[in-house]
Design a protein around this ligand. Sequence first.
Ligand code: PMP
Length: 309
Amino acid sequence: AITEVDTIWANGRLVGWADAKVHVLTHALHYGTSMFEGIRVYDTPDGPAAFRLTDHIGRMADSARIYSLDLPYSAGEMIEACKQVVRANALSSAYLRPIALVGYGSIGVVPASGTPIDVYIAAFPWGAYLGDEARAKGVDVCVSSWNRLAPNTTPTGAKAGGNYLSSYLISREAKSRGYAEGIGLDVDGRLSEGAGENLFLVKDGRLITPPAASSILQGITRDSVIKLARREGIEVIEQPLPREMLYLCDEAFFTGTAAEITPIRSVDDKPTRAAGAGPLTRLVQDRFFGLFDGSTKDDWGWLEPVADR
Ligand code: PMP
């Protein structure tokens, strides 16, 4: 369940949690025409900081660009609004959910000109996505019978509401079969990603992850892991991967804003060689979570303070 807080940012002003409503004929409800982000705010020694907020807002603008939607707010305004809603609710850590959607005013699939693009930003507390134990012990997952979206259908490089019907089918099937999460194969049958997470394998001391062309969302956590690992001198390879690599790897883990770094313990009932968090997964976790307690140096300016300057 979502933990309610006081206010939500709605089209430029703060409104009460219960008042952030849309009309039933909102275009996005019918056709999936929304662009959104998920961002975590961490309670750091220097105060609450939004992790890679600028990059997330940049990806949201890119998603809108793919669908030719004109966002009514600049990136700078969106970034400021995200910080404002965290402050307004006095949150020290939070999950931020900005969403831009084609609003009320047109029922045609291509909205008539003048149909509003509405923008909302919610911030609320949210714990570990795949469960509290998952971070330490890892999760048991399966390969889904559903493929991820083919590249010439709806692009997985956009974080658009409609894409999450694919994630819904993959994750729902996995959960109904008793697994924590499902992994989608791409249209060629190669490894793609989890329903809401990117996938990394560890083999012979190297990190391997499917490339952008494998129908993935190019995750910001994925990019952070690649940069953190390379700074440690660990080789990271982006390459197309056959399914059997899931059964041959030493370690595997998911990355995502919600899932953070979650070890994969088994796939299709076959334990990885590490059967949980192996040494490289632990190192990546240590460096990633270290960003938020100050034990990992932030060379990139990823921690963006939410405090008023
Ligand atoms: N893939 C999908 C389908 C996702 O929904 C997410 C979560 N946004 C990710 C990957 C991970 O992306 P990020 O690290 O930017 O949260």
